[in-house]
Design a protein around this ligand. Structure first.
Ligand SMILES: CCCCCCCC(=O)SCCNC(=O)CCNC(=O)[C@H](O)C(C)(C)COP(=O)(O)OP(=O)(O)OC[C@H]1O[C@@H](n2cnc3c(N)ncnc32)[C@H](O)[C@@H]1OP(=O)(O)O
Length: 231
C-alpha cells in the first residue's frame, strides 16, 4: 500500500489546513474571524468532504438539520455585495474567494506564503471533493489554484491583473490525499501586461505547470496592487 493509499483509508475529505506546513511569511491573514465565520466555513468544508466522500443509508435527519441551519443563517446574516466594497483585495472581497477565501467553504485549504524573492508557495493536500479521475485531482481545480497562485505572485510583486491568457500543461496525474506544492512567481511586466508562471509538484513529480498573461485593469489604484498581502 502506498503512503497516499494509507492516508486515503483514514481520511474522508480534505485535510485541515493546519496539517499543511511551509516556510516563508503567510500572505493572507490566518486569524480566526471574531464572528466565528472562519470556523463555520471550516466545518462546512468538513461537511463537503463527508457528503462527497461517503454513502449513507438515510440522511433525512441531516437534511432537516442543515436546512434549519441555512434558514437561520439567511435570517441573521448581512449579505456582502461587491457594490458595497467595490475594490480589490479587501477582507470582504478576499473572504469570498473560491481558492483562498476564509469565509468560503468551497475554497481548499490554500494558505500561501511568500519568500524574500517574491516567490509564492502553498503546500496542501486535497480530498475526494476535488476528485476528477479516480484518485486524482480534477484538472479544473488545478487550473483554479494555478490562477489564484499566479494572481498572488503578482500581488507579491505589487501588481494586480485580470487573467487574459492561462496555459496549463498537465504532465502527470495529481494525486488526492498526498502532499502537493504550488510555487508561483512573476516573470516580467511590460506596461499593463504581466507574465507569471507556476509549478505543481507531488513530492519530486511535476504534475503540472502554468503560464499566465495578466492585464492590469484601467484605473487600478496604488493601494490595490498588493492588498491581499498587506490586508
Ligand atoms: C487576490 C485576487 C487574485 C485574483 C486572481 C484571479 C484572477 C481572475 O480570475 S480574473 C477573471 C478572469 N479573467 C477575466 O474575466 C478577464 C476578461 N477579459 C477582460 O476583462 C479584458 O479582456 C482584459 C482586462 C483582460 C484586457 O482588456 P483591456 O483592458 O481592454 O486591454 P486591451 O487594451 O485590449 O489590451 C491590453 C494589452 O493586452 C493584450 N491582451 C489583452 N488580452 C489578451 C489575450 N487574451 N491574449 C494576449 N494578449 C492580450 C493586448 O493585445 C494589449 O497588448 P498591447 O498593449 O501590446 O497592444
Amino acid at each position: 500500500m502506498t503512503a497516499s493509499n494509507e492516508a486515503e483509508q483514514n481520511q474522508v475529505g480534505t485535510a485541515d489546513p493546519a496539517a499543511a506546513s511551509s516556510e516563508g511569511i503567510p500572505l493572507l491573514p490566518q486569524d480566526e474571524t471574531p464572528s466565528g465565520s472562519t470556523e463555520l466555513a471550516r466545518e462546512l468544508r468538513r461537511l463537503r468532504g463527508l457528503v462527497a466522500g461517503s454513502v449513507y443509508e438515510d440522511v433525512h435527519d441531516a437534511v432537516r438539520t442543515v436546512r434549519e441551519l441555512a434558514d437561520h443563517l439567511e435570517a441573521v446574516g448581512k449579505p456582502v455585495r461587491p457594490k458595497d466594497y467595490g475594490t480589490w483585495g479587501t477582507p470582504e472581497h478576499i473572504g469570498a474567494n473560491p481558492a483562498i477565501g476564509q469565509r468560503n467553504p468551497v475554497s481548499p485549504p490554500l494558505e500561501p506564503v511568500v519568500f524574500p524573492d517574491a516567490t509564492v508557495r502553498a503546500d496542501l493536500e486535497l480530498g475526494i471533493e476535488y476528485q476528477g479521475p479516480p484518485g486524482c485531482v480534477h484538472g479544473g481545480i488545478v487550473a483554479l489554484l494555478f490562477d489564484e497562485m499566479l494572481g498572488l505572485a503578482n500581488a507579491a510583486s505589487k501588481s494586480v491583473g485580470m487573467t487574459a491568457d492561462l496555459r496549463i500543461t498537465y504532465s502527470s496525474p495529481t494525486p488526492l490525499y498526498a502532499p502537493l506544492r504550488f510555487e508561483a512567481r512573476q516573470d516580467r511586466v511590460e506596461g499593463r501586461k504581466i507574465w507569471a508562471s507556476a509549478t505543481l509538484h507531488a513530492g519530486n513529480t511535476l504534475c503540472a505547470s502554468a503560464e499566465g498573461l495578466f492585464v492590469e485593469p484601467c484605473g487600478i489604484r496604488d493601494h490595490e496592487r498588493s492588498r491581499p498581502i498587506e490586508g
